[in-house]
Structure formats: structure tokens, C-alpha cells
Ligand binder design. Structure first.
Ligand code: IMP
Length: 188
């Protein structure tokens, strides 16, 4: 029997990326497009965990919540946990403006997964570091993908298809660890 695990998100891109990681496993990743319950916190883990508790109370089924953000070194980690708000308000061009004249373009995408699969739960975190591009490039993906170049690449995430992005991304790394956790704990 396959385990049915619900990714609580309204973001189809997140779901498509995560779903690939579960190919060839005994885990069926489904999408639960519940409105996201977001607390204010300076910690991705805490935001993901509160959202997971809220979703679990409604759905009562195995769930995972993905809370991600981009942390830019030269901006002391901004936008970090405020990434979603900053993407909606400033967008990629706004971030590039803030970076005008700044040489240190290092940034990391981080993901926190809050997972509830009764009787167990866990938080899994991972990240990918790289650089903020000089200008937006590419049309694939979503969010900050056009301005992020992972280490070891010359292309932005928005120039990569899902499988290529998954070779590097914060989300793919975290979800691969989630598959291992599920296999280890539920003998899947
Ligand atoms: P959240 O996890 O949905 O709260 O995402 C926070 C913000 O970061 C949103 O604006 C997303 O568009 C952006 N974001 C999260 N993950 C990615 C990614 O893999 N690529 C580009 N932007 C992302």
C-alpha cells in the first residue's frame, strides 16, 4: 500500500518539483491547496511547524508543509522569512535594485519542511547557496528563480527544467531527506 502524503500548498510549482522526488517510491505525494496559515516569526522552522499543525487539525491525514526563503548575505539575510511578502511587493527587480553596486552577491535558498505522519513528526531543513544574478534571466520556474544562480552553474534556476533545478535546489535536497526519513521510519 502506498502512503498518501499531502503537500499543503497553493503553489503548483512547489508541488511539481517535490512530486518528482517521490517517483519510484511507495509514497504518493498529493497537493492540498489549503490557504496557508502564516505566523510572524524570524524562523522558517517555526512558521512551517505552525502551518503544519493548523493544516493537520483540518485534514487529519499525513502532511508536509514547505516554507522557503532566500537569504542574501550582503543584505544581512534579507528577505529571508519575509521572502513571500518581498516577492509580492518588490519583486525580482526590487531585489536587484537593492543589490546595485554590491560586489558580494552570495545568497542561499533555505527550505524547512514540517512533517506530520502519525505517530511521528519531524522538521527537515536544507539549503542551496549561490549568487544573485546581475539581471533576471530565464522563464521557467517561479519566484526568485530568474535571479538565482546556484554554485557550480552559470545559469539561473529559471533557465533549468524541473529535473535540472532539482539537482541543486533547497527543496529537492530537503525532500530527498524526507523520503529517507519516511523509508527509515515507516519501512516504505
Ligand atoms: P513560501 O515558502 O511559499 O513562503 O515562499 C517564500 C517566497 O520565496 C515566495 O515568494 C516564493 O516565490 C519564493 N520561493 C520559495 N521557493 C522558491 C524557489 O524554489 N525558487 C524561487 N523562489 C522561491
Amino acid at each position: 500500500m502506498k502512503l498518501k502524503l499531502y503537500l499543503v500548498t497553493g503553489n503548483k510549482h512547489k508541488y511539481e518539483e517535490a512530486k518528482r522526488i517521490f517517483n519510484d517510491t511507495d509514497i504518493d505525494l498529493l497537493m492540498a491547496p489549503l490557504g496557508k496559515f502564516e505566523i510572524q516569526s524570524d524562523d522558517l522552522k517555526a512558521i512551517a511547524w505552525k502551518a503544519a499543525l493548523h493544516a493537520y487539525k483540518i485534514l487529519r491525514t499525513p502532511i508536509v508543509v514547505d516554507d522557503s526563503g532566500i537569504f542574501i548575505d550582503a543584505l544581512n539575510g534579507f528577505p529571508g522569512v519575509y521572502s513571500s511578502y518581498v516577492f509580492r511587493t518588490l519583486g525580482n527587480n526590487g531585489i536587484l535594485k537593492l543589490m546595485t553596486g554590491i560586489k558580494n552577491r552570495r545568497a542561499c535558498f533555505k527550505t524547512s519542511l514540517a512533517v506530520i505522519v502519525p505517530p511521528l513528526d519531524t522538521i527537515i531543513e536544507d539549503e542551496v547557496c549561490g549568487e544573485i544574478a546581475e539581471k533576471p534571466v530565464g522563464t521557467l520556474g517561479f519566484g526568485f528563480d530568474p535571479i538565482f544562480i546556484p554554485e557550480g552553474e552559470k545559469r539561473t534556476f529559471a533557465q533549468m527544467d524541473i529535473d535540472e533545478k532539482n539537482r541543486y535546489s533547497h527543496r529537492a535536497r530537503a525532500f530527498r531527506r524526507l523520503v529517507k526519513w519516511l523509508r527509515d521510519n515507516f519501512m516504505l
